[in-house]
Write a protein of this length. Structure first.
Length: 214
């Protein structure tokens, strides 16, 4: 297991500057992380910084609340791809899921799937706001709508990844999709627990600390 190649080195704070993104990319190059996950406006900068490396550029859609309209999310995804994004992490329409409007949730994902033009699509469930049943339902719908990953959290809500949520997600998607654990993964022990539960990607701002001795 190469932990470095499982890390999405993340900086999504609203106060992030271009200098911060350049530093993030330098760290990603140093450790050969799988991806950087950054705000949409920095996609061109990150793409430039990571030329001729194995680190891809990931950005976020409908972030962090997920209640943008489907058309807005699709437009964001389209613009991100045009700017050079290799992967997009979209936030699920959490309220629609809780209302039981599964048709809306699935169409929301399908629209972003189409706008992403074949790029890796991860669907953020915001598991801290969901029951086990809702997590399983959302995971199933994400797969049916064409997602490549289901992801636990934005890191901006009431909680982050948990072992239970990752297990439920992996049990539901099986081999049809992968699981990204994100939110609150700040030490290697926690990272390993998430991987053992079924995660193949870790979203964290602590990638450097996690890989100090890898």
């Amino acid at each position: 297991m190469d932990l470095r190649r499982m890390i999405d080195h993340t900086l999504l704070k609203p106060e992030a500057t271009a200098a911060d993104i350049r530093a993030l990319c330098e760290e990603a190059k140093e450790r050969n992380f799988k991806a950087v996950c950054i705000p949409p406006r920095f996609v061109p900068l990150a793409k430039e910084q990571l030329q001729k490396t194995d680190t891809v550029v990931c950005t976020v859609i409908g972030f962090p609340l997920g209640y943008n309209t489907t058309a807005q999310k699709a437009a964001e995804a389209r613009e991100a791809v045009e700017a050079g994004a290799d992967e997009v992490d979209m936030v699920l329409a959490v309220g629609a899921l809780k209302e039981g409007d599964t048709a809306y949730v699935e169409e929301d994902i399908r629209a972003v799937r189409a706008a992403s033009e074949g790029r890796i699509l991860k669907v953020i469930l915001e598991t801290c706001l969901l029951t086990e049943e809702e997590i399983r339902t959302a995971s199933r719908m994400a797969v049916e709508a064409g997602a490549d990953f289901v992801k636990t959290s934005t890191g901006f809500s009431t909680g982050g990844a948990t072992v239970n949520a990752v297990q439920w997600m992996k049990e539901t998607v099986g081999a049809q999709a992968e699981v990204k654990a994100s939110g609150g993964i700040r030490d290697k022990e926690t990272a390993i627990k998430m991987i053992e539960a079924g995660a193949t990607r870790l979203g964290t701002s602590s990638g450097m600390a996690l890989t100090e001795t890898v």
